[in-house]
Design a protein around this ligand. Structure first.
Ligand code: ADP
Length: 432
């Protein structure tokens, strides 16, 4: 068994070195000289061992110690054990750091760790993309030198981290970033950065939606209120009263129409795609539109042609598809000038079933085409209002088609007419 240190052994070894020369000195009469010689030999041996130790510690890169003899053996062995333990701990620490970094890389947010002076200690891959940092080149750089937005610089300076900060990304002007800072370990700050552009967009949409709905409801309500106030007067001319009554009826049906469209939109948006899929005879559904159209176009100089391929059966949401097709046909009737022609067709093409509504109306300028499916978007607000439209019809069409893996296509040229179409893909056919 290895004994690290024992006085007994030390004394035994010293005796082993000194006693032969001491005895020789006694016999030869040079006791003192022989003792001195033994001491010199002992010192030289000690320095040799010390040299071995220093050479191992400073010049050699290997962990295993040189062979130490005598009382130096436990010294070498002790240092070796200490180094081994430290190396083991370092390895554990490195492994822990690796796990921490892998974990931080796997997070959906960007992470930057800075010290109390704002110097970057570490950042993950996402932070490099979001903030334009370079790792490890930017290690030790002051974060405020790289993200110079004054609001951000102030945020770090004031160190009031109870509220997050939102700023535009320093590398992409259309991206909004939210910074959350958390004091982390000793005098370090953990910054968690998240792309909130989508949230901001949704919030903006929500506000615009509420303001649009209020605006659309306010106009008819103001008109009705005006007429109702008129009724307070003692005598109302029956002619004026007749007109007021008609206008109020008109405005109330406009409001009803708006509320119905909003409900339809909300229903379509919240329905899950697979929810109400049933077998639909798409050909019959489009065929039924032909009968409905006659009522809608009553008194208008419009000529219709329907060309419907028979027996197209698909899986889909009946109400949503009827709403999509109905909106496209009723738009054609609403916006097609008179006299005008409207052609509705359902045909089989290699990709699926193509539904198409073509009119000979005034057409739509190119700049509007992209935005037509936005809620409340109307090309000509005054004209659209005359027809009772609130700009929700095509938005309903878009969402209904999305639930059927389809997309609305609009082709239009000014004074030549418009074509609205979509394809129901073959994967939704009952028999492919
Ligand atoms: P609205 O309820 O106002 O009709 P839509 O969302 O259905 O709203 O349509 C949006 C706008 O697109 C309409 O206001 C109209 O200006 C334009 N539009 C839709 N269909 C046609 C068409 N067939 N011809 C010309 N313009 C159209």
């Amino acid at each position: 068994m290895f004994v690290p240190f024992s006085w007994q052994r030390v004394l035994w070894r010293v005796a082993l070195v000194y006693s032969p020369l001491f005895v020789l000195g006694m016999f030869t009469g040079y006791t003192l000289e022989m003792c001195l010689l033994a001491a010199v030999i002992h010192i030289v041996w000690m320095y040799t061992q010390q040299h071995k130790l220093l050479d191992w510690l400073y010049n050699q890169r290997k962990l295993s110690p040189p062979h130490g003899s005598g009382s130096w053996e436990p010294v070498f062995h002790g240092i070796y054990n200490m180094l081994k333990r430290r190396l083991g701990r370092e390895r554990e620490l490195a492994q822990l750091m690796k796990y921490f970094r892998l974990g931080a890389e796997a997070l959906p947010d960007a992470i930057v760790v800075i010290n109390q002076d704002g110097a970057i200690l570490w950042c993950n891959q996402l932070a490099q993309g979001m903030l334009g940092l370079k790792w490890p080149a930017d290690a030790g750089q002051h974060l405020t030198n790289l993200v110079r937005t004054p609001k951000f610089v102030n945020y770090l300076r004031k160190a009031r981290f109870d509220q997050p900060l939102e700023i535009i990304s320093p590398v992409q002007s259309n991206v909004w970033l939210e910074f959350r800072a958390m004091p982390y370990s000793q005098q370090q700050l953990l910054l968690v950065i998240r792309d909130v552009s989508q949230l901001r967009k949704l919030e903006k949409m929500r506000k615009r939606f509420v303001s649009n709905v209020s605006h659309e409801l306010r106009t008819p309500l103001t008109v009705m209120r005006g007429y109702l106030e008129m009724l307070d007067q003692d005598e109302v001319d029956p002619m004026i009263w007749g007109k007021a009554r008609n206008t109020m009826l008109d405005q109330s049906s406009r409001m009803e129409n708006l509320v119905n469209q909003l409900l339809t939109l909300a229903k379509i948006e919240s329905a899950s795609v697979e929810d109400n899929r049933e077998t639909i005879n798409f050909s019959s559904m489009v065929g039924n539109l032909e009968a409905e159209v006659t009522g809608l176009a009553k008194g208008k100089q419009l000529s219709f042609s329907f060309d419907i391929a028979p027996d197209i059966e698909i899986k889909g949401d009946r109400e949503q598809l009827r709403s999509a097709c109905g909106n496209l046909v009723s738009n054609a009737i609403k916006y097609c000038g008179q006299p005008g022609e409207i052609h509705v067709s359902l045909s089989l093409i290699p990709q699926g079933a193509l539904f198409l509504v073509k009119d000979s109306g005034p057409g739509i300028e190119r700049k509007h085409l992209q935005r037509l499916t936005e809620r409340f978007y109307r090309v000509d607000k005054a004209r659209s209002r005359d027809t009772g439209g609130a700009g929700l019809g095509l938005s309903i069409v878009k969402h209904a088609l999305q639930h059927h893996d389809s997309q609305l296509k609009i082709k239009s040229s000014v004074s030549k007419g418009s074509t609205f179409s979509f394809i129901i893909p073959r994967k939704l056919f009952i028999q492919q």
